[in-house]
Design a protein around this ligand. Structure first.
Ligand SMILES: *[C@@H]1O[C@H](CO)[C@@H](O)[C@H](O)[C@H]1NC(C)=O
Ligand SMILES: *[C@@H]1O[C@H](CO)[C@@H](O)[C@H](O)[C@H]1NC(C)=O
Ligand SMILES: *[C@@H]1O[C@H](CO)[C@@H](O)[C@H](O)[C@H]1NC(C)=O
Ligand SMILES: *[C@@H]1O[C@H](CO)[C@@H](O)[C@H](O)[C@H]1NC(C)=O
Ligand SMILES: *[C@@H]1O[C@H](CO)[C@@H](O)[C@H](O)[C@H]1NC(C)=O
Ligand SMILES: *[C@@H]1O[C@H](CO)[C@@H](O)[C@H](O)[C@H]1NC(C)=O
Length: 466
């Protein structure tokens, strides 16, 4: 067969046509991939049996995911650490939200580990995550941050790992705690306690604080623990056995404040308090109607006539997502109050226990005149489902258009018991509101300490203000 010019030209067209068709196929396939993978999901197959994840063949699913409370590294330079992971939804879209401490502006990848039971299989999805600062602009090396990993649908992965380069062997794997909109939430008030620190050992103080909060209506406490002494462990045991207290270990991996101050500068603000508060927010969210943030020298006290418990305030308060409580300061550096004729205002039969257990709320009945404005040392009660981020003195961000209500001082105040170390300063105002709790408080505290035979009230830790 001989080729003439015509046939040659025809064949050329055929080849060009084939190339064109092939290019179109590739083009549409690419387009299809882009449409199908809008949220940066890089790959999704993982078959445990063959350890097959084509893009990163070295990766193996994490085996023993425990609930152990630890700060885990993301990178080998110690620039980012993660503590916990929660399922969350933002504008109806599913995410895993992690509580972290680190430097800002990280490029991160999330390994989302899924488990399927029928048939038994593992899946891995890798997605690009984002990090968001939650702190209020401190200059410390580590800031409190959220890491957000978008999810393909509302199926909750059993674990998540954060890495900085794709296919990197992860240095962390955290269980993802689920969340569901629940109708029947059991607890009314969960109280969050910022990390105990400096080898905290004032057992008498925390017992008074726990008991008064229980009287006021607290039904659960999440107590973060960086460092505290053995007597505190004994106290915590009693309350956790009663199902009231959960201690969350908080072993920060960076330099923190010390007393006396050391030559190493603290690398994080006040023991990562904001990260602890936000962990508490997401940890307690499925279980409680209200979350309360106060320190162990503060109490939210209802102030209107005939109100005794927190719930009584809600008969008066308007509907809101958060309630900011303004502070009054009871000075520990002022002497215990004695009545005009040296007669105690508390019942004589309680004086012994008040002295023995050093009950500050019944000893210190004089406060400073001023009520601080909201935002200044105020604390708050918030509905955890409505908040995205909480801070020390207020709610930083709500989910929708919710707002905080500033509680009127005639309805509720934050009683702060504080040593100002300057007894001659300030105008003293007698404030006997606490006396309404004396019967119940002294009775409860007496009962608890009779179970704590031999446990020291204090080991003389420093009382200092950072
Ligand atoms: C997993 O568990 C094994 C055995 O219990 C232990 O030796 C290993 O250190 C654990 N690995 C991790 C990453 O926790
Ligand atoms: C929560 O508050 C409601 C309304 O006051 C009350 O009926 C209920 O017993 C409280 N729940 C707990 C666990 O205290
Ligand atoms: C904490 O306090 C106890 C009791 O005073 C002491 O034995 C212990 O060494 C302290 N721990 C630290 C880390 O300072
Ligand atoms: C708090 O942390 C310290 C330091 O790790 C530890 O010694 C102590 O037992 C912990 N206390 C409680 C109540 O878990
Ligand atoms: C609360 O009680 C005090 C003293 O009994 C009274 O003077 C005051 O008017 C009462 N306030 C309200 C709002 O009922
Ligand atoms: C008042 O009581 C204190 C302590 O009990 C005592 O030291 C003081 O002498 C008493 N003062 C008067 C005027 O009775």
């Amino acid at each position: 067969m001989t080729w003439n010019l015509k046939m040659l030209i025809k064949r050329k067209y055929l080849i060009i046509n084939i190339i064109l068709v092939a290019m179109m196929v590739v083009y549409f396939w690419l387009g299809y991939m882009l449409i199908e993978e809008p949220t940066n999901f890089i790959h999704e197959q993982f078959d445990n049996k063959y350890n097959f994840f084509p893009e990163c063949p070295e990766l193996l699913p994490p085996q023993n995911i425990t609930n152990e409370q630890n700060w885990l590294p993301v990178d080998t330079e110690d620039m980012l650490f993660v503590f916990s992971a929660y399922y969350d939804e933002i504008d109806g879209k599913p995410y895993v939200r992690l509580i972290g401490l680190g430097e800002d502006g990280f490029k991160i990848f999330c390994y989302l580990w899924f488990r399927q039971t029928h048939p038994k299989r593992m899946f891995l999805k890798i997605t690009r995550g984002t990090s968001i600062l939650t702190a209020d602009g401190s200059s410390k090396r580590y800031q409190e941050i959220y890491l957000l990993c978008p999810l393909p649908n509302d199926v909750v992965p059993y674990a998540v790992s954060i890495v900085t380069t794709k296919c990197q062997e992860p240095l962390n794997s955290l269980p993802v705690k689920p969340w569901m909109q629940q109708v029947d939430i059991k607890r009314n008030f969960t109280v969050c306690v910022s990390p105990l620190n400096m080898n905290y050992s004032r057992a008498y103080e925390i017992v008074e604080w726990l008991e008064l909060n229980i009287i006021l209506g607290a039904d659960y406490f999440l107590i973060y623990n960086y460092s505290s002494a053995f007597n505190i462990r004994k106290v915590m045991k009693i309350y956790s056995d009663r199902g009231l207290v959960e201690v969350i270990q908080w072993p920060l991996p960076m330099h923190v404040d010390t007393w006396p101050p050391s030559d190493k500068n603290p690398e994080v603000t006040y023991f990562g308090q904001i990260a602890a508060l936000n962990d508490c927010l997401y940890r307690s969210r499925p279980y409680t109607k209200f979350l309360i943030n106060v320190d162990i020298d503060e109490f939210i006290i209802p102030r209107s006539n005939r109100s005794y418990k927190w719930m009584d305030m809600f008969n008066i308060l308007p509907e809101a997502s958060g309630y900011i409580i303004r502070q009054i300061c009871f000075r520990k550096d002022w002497p215990d109050y004695r009545g005009v004729d040296n007669k105690s205002l508390v019942s004589d039969s309680y004086l012994n226990d008040i002295d023995k257990y050093s009950l500050v709320t019944l000893k210190k009945l004089q406060r400073e005149r001023g009520i601080l404005p909201d935002g200044y040392r105020s604390k708050y009660i918030v509905k955890p489902n409505d908040a995205v981020t909480i801070r020390v003195h207020d709610v930083w961000q709500y989910r929708k258009h919710q707002h905080s209500h500033v509680v009127d001082p005639s309805v509720g105040l934050l009683h702060h018991y504080r040593n100002w170390f300057k007894p001659h300063e300030g105008t003293r105002v007698l404030d006997t509101r606490m006396l309404q709790y004396q019967d119940e408080l002294v009775h409860q505290i007496h009962a608890i300490w009779s179970q704590l035979e031999g446990v020291p009230l204090d080991l003389h830790t420093v009382d200092m203000q950072l």
